[in-house]
Design a protein around this ligand. Structure first.
Ligand SMILES: Cc1cc2nc3c(=O)[nH]c(=O)nc-3n(C[C@H](O)[C@H](O)[C@H](O)COP(=O)(O)OP(=O)(O)OC[C@H]3O[C@@H](n4cnc5c(N)ncnc54)[C@H](O)[C@@H]3O)c2cc1C
Length: 384
């Protein structure tokens, strides 16, 4: 077993680290305040392949695989959680669903502009009354002639404020809860699609989150994405992969908090010496370093399983659960190490902490990840 990254992945990490430190980090506080990532920053990320990390090169993607995607997301999150969340939803959820389920014609039409960063993508599963119990969704699609008519409300949609295309999950049969849902590609300019105001969130503020309403939205028959009534089964595959990115995002946030705390603690003096020389703080940092490394290893295990064509349901749940809870803890301890200064907006820890908390909620809460892991564990025991 080789724990070193392949050469091309090391080069990718160095490139992403440099770009994020120079082009994202200096603006992260401002983007958190304004609630917007400027389009020219998105364009630059498009030029580097960050907007098409998973898409194949023949569709203008960078084809970096799940390991490469995790590396990019960790480096971007190290500087700005909101920018990393924008990337995770755009690549892993919107394009991710197309890569799982779309036909060749749909891929050729929609993926290249997304992968080049000319257009943002959103993925619409959650509704006002269905979150963790996502299959209870109430949005409906009915086939009339050659068109699907979609009606419903979606909630908490990342990138929705500016997205050019939405993947919308809707009920197409009442025969089965999970095998009665289909996915549709809905272009932004379809009549009846309306975007609500941005949520005033605690963290991940650079990334927009909006409600999306569909009132008699008509899309052509060919906009069905994947097999009829199998959209929820595809959704589970998308989430299995997407959770790896949230694990990587959390790892980046935890690392950011630790690096900032180390740098501050070397300079700050109390009781006649730099506070880093107080052993109690060293132990807090040692725990952070160990847990960040453990999180990254779990992320890489799940990513490598996907890259070798294997399922990673439990590994994805484990990496997301461990990394997100680690990140919140690391950020809180980093604030503690920086004392009153860490509690102000002059230092990045409070922003990283607000960003980290989302990772315990989105793409399946910590409770849902524990359900996924326990379910598999119980099945294994039954089989043993
Ligand atoms: C910033 C942000 C961005 C998001 N982006 C997207 C997006 O792009 N697309 C999209 O479709 N959705 C998105 N979401 C929605 C997100 O996936 C949901 O918020 C999440 O799945 C939880 O659903 P909920 O908020 O309805 O909470 P609920 O499901 O109502 O859960 C509330 C609490 O109950 C707990 N709970 C629920 N069921 C159980 C159970 N069986 N056992 C134990 N505890 C349980 C949960 O863990 C949680 O603690 C986003 C959310 C946020 C906040």
């Amino acid at each position: 077993m080789d724990f070193d990254l392949p050469e091309e992945m090391t080069a990718l990490r160095e490139m992403a680290r440099k770009f994020a430190a120079e082009e994202i980090g200096p603006h992260a506080r401002e983007w958190d305040r304004t609630g917007e990532i400027p389009m020219d920053a998105i364009k630059k990320m498009g030029e580097l392949g960050f907007m098409g990390t998973l898409a194949p090169t023949d569709l203008d993607g960078a084809e970096l695989g799940y390991l490469g995607n995790a590396i990019v997301i960790e480096e971007v999150a190290r500087q700005c959680g909101g920018t990393a969340l924008m990337l995770a939803a755009h690549n892993g959820l919107c394009q991710g669903h197309m890569l799982v389920a779309a036909n060749d014609e749909q891929r050729k039409k929609f993926i290249p502009p997304l992968a080049r960063g000319e257009m943002l993508g959103s993925w619409c599963l959650t509704e006002p009354s269905s979150g963790s119990d996502a299959a209870a969704l109430q949005t409906r699609a009915e086939l009339k002639g050659d068109e699907w008519i979609i009606n419903g409300s979606k909630m908490f949609i990342t990138n929705g404020d500016r997205a050019g295309v939405f993947i919308v999950m809707a009920r197409t049969s009442d025969e089965s809860k999970t095998k009665g849902i289909s996915a549709f590609i809905v272009e932004r300019d379809r009549a009846g699609l309306s975007i609500g105001p941005k949520e005033d969130k605690m963290g991940m503020r650079a990334s927009d989150t909006v409600p999306v309403t569909l009132e008699d939205v008509k899309v052509p028959k060919e906009n069905l994405c994947g097999e009829l009534n199998m959209g929820f089964i595809d959704t589970l595959k998308v989430l299995e992969r997407g959770r790896i990115a949230i694990g990587a995002l959390s790892t980046g946030l935890g690392r950011g908090a630790m690096e900032e705390a180390v740098s501050y603690a070397k300079d700050r003096e109390q009781f006649g010496k730099p506070i880093i020389q107080h052993q109690m703080l060293q132990f807090m940092l040692a725990d952070m370093a160990m847990e960040i490394d453990a999180a990254r290893l779990l992320v890489r295990k799940a990513a490598l399983l996907q890259d070798s064509g294997n399922p990673s349901e439990v590994e994805s749940a484990m990496c997301k659960l461990f990394a997100s809870e680690m990140a919140t803890k690391a950020c809180l301890n980093a604030i503690q190490i920086c004392g009153g200064y860490g509690y102000t907006k002059d230092m990045p820890m409070e922003r990283l902490m607000r960003d980290a908390k989302l990772c315990e909620i989105g793409e399946g809460s910590s409770q849902v990840q524990r359900i996924v892991i326990a379910r598999k564990l119980l099945d294994l025991r039954k089989g043993a």
